[in-house]
Structure formats: C-alpha cells, structure tokens
Design a protein around this ligand. Structure first.
Ligand code: FMN
Length: 370
C-alpha cells in the first residue's frame, strides 16, 4: 500500500526537485523521525518485516535480516536512529574521510529513471571523521553498524601519502569499539586524486601496499573491501588473491558504481543527456552478479561476500545470495521503490527461501555452486 502511495504520489513530487536537495531533505526528515519515539514505532509497524528464516550470525555479528544500507546514502551519520525502524538489517555510515571535503561542484546527484539508475558525482563529500564521530550516539545502536573509510579527496604525490591518510582514520576509530565492522572503500570512481599516482589500489601491488600497512594496526573487527565494478574476472581474482593473504580482511563487497556509458542497461536518451559522474542501480546488477560468482567459486568461505548493485526486489537479492553473497546492500532500489521496499524485499526473500525448502538463509548462500 505505502509502496503504491510512494511510487504514484510521493516520488513524482520529490522527483520535481533537484536530486541533491531531495537527498538533503531525506536526511533531515530521517534525523527528525529518528529522534521521535512515536514516529519510530509507527515506522516500524508500517515498514519492518521480521522472520527468523532471515536471521544469521556472520563474523560473530547477529543480523536479523540480510538487507543493509550501502555506503553513500548516510555519509554523515544522520540516520542511525531511524534505519532500524525502516527494517534494515544493518547500516554503513560513510564513506567517511579523515579530513572534510565539501564535495564536487553541484550537481552531485542525478536521476535516470528509465535506466533505474542514479548519477553520482560526490567525490567523497564528508564532514570529516572527527565531526562525524561527535554525532554518533552509542546508546541508540539497534542494528549492526559499519563505517566505510576512504582517502580524503585531496592531491597526493605518492600512494604512500594516501595510505597514511587511510591508516590515520583507522587509528582514530579502532579504539572506540563502537562499530561492528569496517569497509575499506578503494573503488570510488569519482576521485580527482588518483590519476597521477604511479601505484593505485586497483592493481595488486598498490592494494598489497595498503593492506600491508593496515596489517600493523591490529584491526579487530571484520573489514570488508569495497571492490571495483569494472574490472575483468581475472583482474578481480588477482585483487582477491592479495586480499586473501590478510586474515583481517573478512570479506569483499561487490561492488561500487559503474563508469562505462556504453553499458546496455542504460536508456539511450538518458545516458546521452547525463552529466558528469558514475552510475548505480540496474546498470551495475549483472556486473556485480558475475563478480560474486567468480569470487565465490574460487574462494568459497574464505570471504564473506556482500552483494551490492541493482537490488530492487527480493528476487534480485536472492539471485546474489545463490551466487555466493551472504549479505546484501542497496541504495537505488530504495530511492525508486520507496522505504517500504526494505520490508518487501525481506518478505519476498523469506517466501523464496521457504519455497526452495531452506530453513535458514545461510543454507542458500552459494547454492548455485554446490
Ligand atoms: C548517492 C550515492 C552515493 C554513493 N556514495 C558511495 C560512497 O561514499 N562509498 C561507497 O563505497 N559507495 C558509494 N556509492 C555506491 C553504493 O554504495 C553502491 O555500491 C552502488 O550504488 C550500487 O548499489 P545500488 O544499485 O543498490 O545503489 C554511492 C551510491 C549512490 C547512489
């Protein structure tokens, strides 16, 4: 019911306004609702779906359901108090950077509704780590909470400087014992600062340099690497091979935004008129699904895989799970289908699992390859 109201009334109104403004509005509303007990209770009744078939323990963390908010929506930690009521199973804040960055020149966001995609050109807009940590209130945490860390968007002469910036962020947050997991975002395609560097994290040598430095920090929570979308299977497996050598790397997230405008999932007219930036949603779906399969087939349980890209329905999520994803993340599906879609996805997923005879979601992970 709410989905119909959102799609037919609320969304058409919201989509009349620039996407940047609507995102800011959403964050303000979410922050306000999160501070109001009755609003949270009503939101939970309206949206959240619970079913024990979706419960699983992953990396010693209890997840009530596998659907998480991906990095990029709540980049300055405004939604911690409302997202559990919306029905999310977990939530990533960020990507956060050590120093603040105001973001690339506007527009930072755009919409491609026929392609079911969003245009993103934020370039690690962040209040900076210190300001974000001040906003985080320990007592309200109800679902597993992660922090995505990336490098400050500034010019670096050498990759070592960029690595130091990332390590400094980890050094700051590790003693806090507040986050349940971390994400290492090496794959943002919007950054201006990577082109001139000799070594980059998208090649085994550069990634190895970064992970080697991080290995000295005693990272005591699961760390997931946010992977690139537009790497071949061989390139992705080479990066996974490097990651597999470091025990503190708990898993991989497939994957980030896409750049390639010849992707067949774009509506031709929309993509010709799209501004500067990279893309989420349906154009990422097939690519991420293939990468999940490739890595799961080779590494099985070595990595916890988080499937992210173009999940709009329970069937979309289930496809990623059967290919090897243990958890799912999304943003774009929620923007196009509305916040009630999180509960709908969980409900549909529970139904699909039952239909296939599973007693728990964990039994379905990687089922295509068993
Ligand atoms: C508005 C927006 C901002 C994003 N910013 C980040 C980010 O800061 N860090 C990150 O790792 N991924 C970021 N992403 C990528 C998403 O986390 C995700 O990988 C991608 O959108 C595919 O998922 P989706 O199709 O469900 O949106 C962003 C995506 C969107 C739509």
């Amino acid at each position: 019911m709410f989905r119909l109201i959102y799609k037919n009334i609320i969304k058409p109104i919201l989509f009349l306004f620039p996407a940047d403004d609507v995102h800011t509005f959403f964050l303000k509303v979410g922050r306000f609702l999160g501070g109001c007990k009755i609003a949270k209770w009503k939101t939970r009744i309206l949206f959240a779906y619970k079913n024990t078939i979706l419960n699983q323990q992953v990396a010693e963390i209890n997840f009530e359901n596998p659907i998480g908010l991906a990095a990029g929506f709540d980049y300055d930690a405004d939604l911690m108090n409302i997202l559990p009521s919306v029905g999310f199973g977990y939530h990533t804040i960020g990507t956060v950077t050590l120093l603040p960055y105001a973001g690339n020149p506007k527009p930072m966001l755009g919409r491609l509704p026929k392609s079911k995609s969003l245009l993103v050109n934020k370039g690690f807009k962040s209040m900076g780590l210190e300001s974000i940590l001040k906003k985080i209130n320990n007592s309200e945490k109800q679902i597993p909470l992660g922090l995505s860390i990336g490098s400050t968007n500034q010019l670096y002469n050498k990759v070592e400087e960029m690595i130091e910036d990332i390590c400094d962020s980890f050094k700051r947050v590790l003693p806090l014992d507040y986050f349940d997991y971390f994400e290492l975002n090496i794959s943002c395609p919007n950054l201006i600062n990577v082109e001139n560097l000799k070594d980059k994290f998208d090649e085994p040598i550069g990634l190895g340099m970064l992970l080697n430095k991080l290995s000295y920090l005693n990272i005591n929570k699961p760390l997931f690497i946010k992977m690139y979308s537009e790497k071949s299977s061989a390139e992705t497996l080479a990066l996974a091979e490097v990651a597999s050598r470091y025990q503190f790397i708990g898993g991989l997230i497939f994957s980030n935004l896409v750049k390639d405008r010849s992707n067949p999932h774009f509506d031709k007219e929309e993509i010709v008129n799209a501004g500067k930036g990279n893309f989420s949603g349906k154009p990422t779906e097939k690519i991420t699904n293939n990468l999940i399969s490739e890595v799961y087939k080779k590494y099985k349980d070595r990595f916890i895989i988080i499937g992210c890209g173009g999940v709009f329905t329970g069937a979309d999520a289930y496809e990623k799970i059967k290919r090897g994803a243990t958890l799912i993340q999304l943003i774009t599906g929620m923007i196009y289908e509305g916040p009630s879609q999180i509960g709908n996805i969980n409900k549909e997923l529970a139904k699909l699992l039952k239909k296939d005879g599973y007693k728990n979601i964990s039994e379905a992970v990687g089922s295509y390859y068993r």
